[in-house]
Design a protein around this ligand. Structure first.
Ligand code: ADP
Ligand code: MG
Ligand code: ZN
Length: 480
């Protein structure tokens, strides 16, 4: 039995998808040639003056609303001083004591139960450049394009209790960022990164243990690994009567270990002071209210609507509600009002998601539309094609820009509902399955499925299974 509880606090950085950078009008875009989106301001030349991007502030406030924060009418920007080659100014403009948003919370769903994670604050700051280490000739290159890209930092209270909860929290944050459309959320491009603070304490202890902060965690799965590693490391030190020190560690995901960067004694002194080149940020209630009105239905509300209003199974609803693309697709299909939400959900879960997983594609990279999916479901409901054929059609609709009806006729997928044909088919099968029929009469009711399966196989999937089922039942019950 594990005697220790793990406590986690996260600091999540998300790049905002504004057109220009936060303090200059350089382009904010990923993937440009190195050092092409730069100017004297974001390069930190003496004598230049920053001017704040209004959109970045609005985006941060939007996230503040989505995370139930108090939005401050007045907030300040501060200089966080440190020296590193990716930061030409020698300081980062951030927010120290008065962030834009504070005291919020996010409810996450962990195994069907609601867990409330308190949000300490959300503030805006600027990103630093990117160092590219070239191991072959021991050089480092610097790309300053990312300097001055607007970031929000979301800081949680130490309310997260496991790597699993951390993962769900991060997934939910990512979904919300997508829903409110303020960040690209492209993990592989580093649009979301986090620092992970971990401590452990014996169960029942009310004081927090000594924490370690891990930097350089670039994916949610890395966060999970970092938390698990760090909690084991700390527990083993305590179990061996060792002493834990407050440290900053670097997570090395390729090696699966955390490495000490600095201890509390040599903790960086950032010498925060108010940014003298920028005035306070004033946000009036009117603006705060307007931004709130722009928040769409968020994943948690969607989940609630799917399970409690549309009566979808919880596990399916979660998969759809927390994915912006899938929820949009599902909602549009439901809105067409041609098929039941349940049947749409079933096809999304069984066929659409299966294809996406296998092909490692995003929904937007496929050709299927809500209209087409609904038409396929209708074909099944009208008895024109079988569910098996529907799976084939859906897969093809995702691969190619075609119409469902064309695929059905090209591939000759229409099912046979002809009474005479089906009757002959069933009679043939039953004649060769005498033993199964006897078993059925002796109470082995699941034999029915077996016989229907045989009929479907004999028809090479073309027979209408609903009709087959009826006919088989009729014949078996009639036979003496
Ligand atoms: P700093 O500014 O040095 O990073 P903060 O007090 O702002 O320190 O805390 C940063 C993060 O660390 C927050 O997410 C907070 O919840 C988390 N944290 C603080 N104490 C602990 C602890 N004992 N165990 C785990 N996380 C902690
Ligand atoms: Mg920190
Ligand atoms: Zn610039």
């Amino acid at each position: 039995m594990n005697k220790y509880e793990t406590i986690i606090g996260l600091e999540v950085h998300a790049e905002l998808k504004t057109k220009s950078k936060i303090y200059c009008d350089c382009k904010n875009s990923f993937g440009s040639d190195p050092n092409t989106n730069i100017c004297p301001i974001c390069m930190g030349m003496p004598g230049t003056l920053p001017s704040l991007n209004k959109k970045a502030v609005e985006y941060a406030i939007k996230m503040g609303h989505a995370l139930n924060c108090k939005i401050n009418n007045i907030s300040h920007q501060d200089r966080k001083n440190y020296f590193y080659p990716d930061l030409p100014k020698g300081y980062q403009i951030s927010q120290a004591d008065t962030p834009l948003c504070e005291n919020g919370y996010l409810d996450i769903m962990v195994e069907g139960k609601k867990r409330r994670i308190r949000i300490t604050r959300i503030h805006i700051e600027e990103d630093a450049g990117k160092l590219l280490h070239d191991n072959s000739d021991n050089n480092s290159l610097i790309d300053f394009n990312r300097c001055g890209v607007p970031l929000i930092e979301i800081v949680t209270e130490p309310d997260i209790k496991s790597s699993k909860e951390a993962n769900i929290f991060l997934d939910t944050i990512k979904a919300i960022l997508k829903y409110i459309d303020i960040s690209d959320c492209k993990m592989q491009e580093g649009s979301i990164r986090c620092d992970v603070n971990v401590s452990v304490r014996p169960y029942g202890e009310s004081l927090l243990g000594t924490r370690c902060e891990m930097k350089n965690v670039n994916s949610f799965s890395a966060a999970v690994r970092a938390i698990e590693y760090e909690s084991k490391r700390q527990i083993s030190i305590l179990e061996n009567n060792g002493f834990l020190f407050q440290e900053t560690r670097r997570w090395d995901d390729s090696k699966g270990i955390s490495i000490i960067m600095r201890t509390k004694e040599d903790m960086q002194d950032y010498r925060f002071f108010p940014e003298p080149d920028l005035c306070s940020i004033f946000t009036d209630d009117e603006t705060i209210k307007r931004i709130k009105s722009e928040i769409p239905e968020l994943p948690n509300d969607k989940l609630f609507r799917y399970t409690d209003v549309l009566c979808l199974p919880y596990n399916d609803a979660v998969l759809i509600a927390y994915s912006y693309d899938k929820a949009k697709f599902f909602d549009e299909a439901v809105k067409l009002d041609i098929c039941s939400p349940k049947s749409i959900c079933n096809k999304i879960i069984s066929d659409v998601l299966k294809y996406l997983n296998e092909s490692e594609k995003e929904l937007s990279e496929t050709y299927i539309t809500p209209q087409k999916l609904v038409r396929v479901i209708k074909e099944v409901e009208n008895g024109n094609i079988s569910n098996t054929s529907a799976s084939t059609v859906i897969k093809l609709l995702m691969e190619e820009n075609k119409e469902p009806e064309d695929i059905i006729s090209e591939r000759n997928l229409t099912q046979n509902s002809d009474e005479e044909f089906l009757l002959d088919l069933v009679n043939d099968v039953i004649a060769s399955e005498k033993k199964s029929v006897i078993d059925y009469k002796n109470g082995k009711k699941n034999v029915l499925g077996y016989i229907v399966g045989k009929c479907m196989k004999k028809s090479m999937g073309k027979a209408n299974p609903v009709k087959i089922n009826e006919i088989v039942l009729n014949i078996i019950n009639r036979e003496e």
